[in-house]
Design a protein around this ligand. Sequence first.
Ligand code: DC
Length: 221
Amino acid sequence: MGKVIAIDGPAASGKSTVAKRVAAALDDALYVDSGAVYRGITWAALERGVDVHDADAVEAMLGELDVRFFSRDGAAGFSIDGIEPGTAIRTQAVNNAVSPVAVIPAVRVQVVKWLREMASLGTLVMEGRDIGTAVFPNTPHKFYLDASAEERIRRRHREMAADSAIDEDEVGTSLRRRDKIDSSRKMDPLQVAPGATRIDSTAMGIDDVVNTILSAVSEDV
Ligand code: DC
């Protein structure tokens, strides 16, 4: 089993960018976006007309899906019933439906199982909400990336403004709502894992955050 570097944190904390960069800097490490798996299931439910608020219906659908994982270009990818959803998991419809899907216990149990199985593929840099607390609680390499809500709203707005004229208040409302759902759900809520290094990136550049993680990981070995 390879080494696992767990990077958790709230929306727009910079997790994805940082995790990709950390994976690229390490030999043979695979970047894993765990949120993409919850999004994939949500996409499949929407495609099939399954009500995402009906936990039994989502669970029944999950049992019938043929989900396969693979590694490509340094990252983990997946297909569902032979289709790679790609950018279809990033639509507004999926954004709105993914939180209710991610609170369904049967969904979480299955996704955690899949994520653990990926450790057989090699060293993983996995980002998410519960990687250090629930998926790989025993890894010594745990990081919790944070930034002030104002800074995260600014970052998300900047990201989205590239393709739509959405205003900052709207981004703020949606981000704060997601924060609340993610940190207050009963199963595996977003929280700082015991033993995790908390990094507040509000006033830090990406290089600083990446280097902080890389030096902590190399000291741990
Ligand atoms: O990071 P993201 O926006 O792609 O995450 C999508 C959803 O999945 C979000 O509602 C939180 C949830 N999620 C989770 O519950 N646990 C994870 N490890 C990753 C994501």
